[in-house]
Design a protein around this ligand. Structure first.
Ligand code: FEO
Length: 396
């Protein structure tokens, strides 16, 4: 049986949830599954906006059959060629071989690579339009949000923005479709942040270009390819995107990320957190042996100040911390204050190495003197630790 929801009288959500997925893109843990959104517009012509991941092809096809109710499928608009949205394309075309694909030239090239099929494609460019009868669909390019071929579509008739990966979130929909049907800020904002920072965090400039184009449109609905549809309080998510894409912290706060082997570094992280709280500074402490690096990337986008604490390990940085730092640098974080705690029973040197990794990031302020721990912090180091914490507190 079909499992669909109405977005408007003429627009139907035909996507599906996958709760069996453990790692999105093979790297990001998704504890609450993933949604693959697709939408079908029933106008004089029928228009399918994107397909879905191969994990949900069967349900997805059932939804399309039901929504079309025996009508032919005229157009398939492909906003993004990545297989989480295009892997079901071949299956759709087997049932609806006369459907015309509408996408950018770059996307057509990629779809050819992924499917190995000769496709019936109508390529479009910036501001081209397509009429489906009552609805006029305007295409707007959004390169690198998330891949170079990406475009979004604006339905001028109903003022709907089909936003591709933008404004998405990790997590299955679980029956709700609209962001106002859930407590988004409480339950989904952290996952929207983790999704944004890890998927497109590096491409802030390109996200800004899309936001600028979107700001010129009268948008009543945002239909992303993952997560909830926005019909109320749209500013909540667009304002977050503006902060994230300009690398402005959401909060004056300190994230203390540590890796620890026998607990000495962990204790130093906890002492730092307690001293900062004594000074009225908000803190979050993360054990990188428990948390994944994508969680830390998201926290680095949220908070204004970052403290990294790790033992020196094989003359380098302890493994989990090194992976996390390289991931942070790869996602292009900017404009943060960083401090370092290094541990070493005989030759502590990890602060210098951690700073070197983050030196590729722009507009960073580094607190020069690290806190050095030789196995464990001692009472004799109380004043030195206070001085380290005071410097962080005054930078927040
Ligand atoms: Fe959801 Fe970039 O694919």
């Amino acid at each position: 049986m079909h499992c669909t929801r109405k977005v408007t009288d003429e627009l139907t959500w035909t996507g599906a949830d996958d709760r069996k997925l453990s790692l999105f893109e093979g790297v990001y843990p998704v504890h609450d599954g993933m949604s693959y959104n697709s939408y079908l517009l029933s106008d004089e012509k029928t228009v399918l906006f994107d397909t879905a991941d191969k994990a949900v092809t069967e349900s997805f096809l059932e939804n399309i059959r039901y929504t079309l109710s025996g009508r032919k499928l005229d157009y398939i608009i492909v906003h993004h060629a990545e297989p989480d949205h295009s892997a079901s394309l071949a299956a759709v075309l087997r049932e609806y071989p006369d459907a015309e694909i509408v996408c950018t030239a770059k996307c057509a090239e990629m779809l050819g690579q992924f499917t190995g099929m000769k496709l019936n494609v109508h390529t479009v460019a910036e501001n081209d339009t397509l009429s489906s009868g009552k609805h006029v669909l305007r295409f707007i390019t959004a390169p690198m949000v998330h891949w170079p071929e990406v475009m979004v579509t604006y339905d001028e008739t109903d003022k709907v923005l089909f936003s591709a990966d933008a404004f998405g979130t990790f997590g299955a929909l679980n029956g709700a479709l609209f962001a106002d049907e859930v407590d988004f800020e409480r339950d989904f904002l952290p996952e929207a942040r983790r999704y944004y920072c890890n998927i497109v965090g590096k491409f802030g400039m390109q996200v800004q270009m899309l936001l600028k184009k979107a700001s010129a449109l009268d948008i009543k609905l945002i239909c992303p390819l993952h997560g909830y549809v926005w019909r109320k309080n749209i500013e909540l998510i667009t304002e977050k995107y503006n902060l994230w894409s300009t690398y402005q912290p959401e909060e004056k706060a300190v994230v203390i990320a540590y890796a620890s082997i026998y607990g000495g570094t962990e204790k130093a992280a906890n002492i730092t957190a307690c001293m900062l709280r004594d000074r009225g500074v908000k803190t979050k402490v993360m054990d990188m042996s428990v948390h994944t690096s994508d969680e830390l990337v998201a926290e680095c986008f949220r908070a204004s100040c970052l403290v990294f604490a790790t033992p020196t390990y094989n003359g380098g940085i302890f493994i989990k911390m090194e992976e996390a730092l390289r991931n942070i640098a790869a996602h292009g974080i900017k404009n943060r204050t960083c401090a370092f705690i290094q541990n070493g029973t005989w030759m502590p040197m990890s602060a210098k190495l951690m700073r070197e990794i983050l030196s590729s990031c722009k507009d960073m302020t580094f607190i020069d003197d690290p806190l050095t721990v030789k196995s464990v912090l001692t009472e004799e180091q109380f004043e030195e630790t206070e001085a380290f914490v005071n410097e962080i507190a005054s930078a927040v």
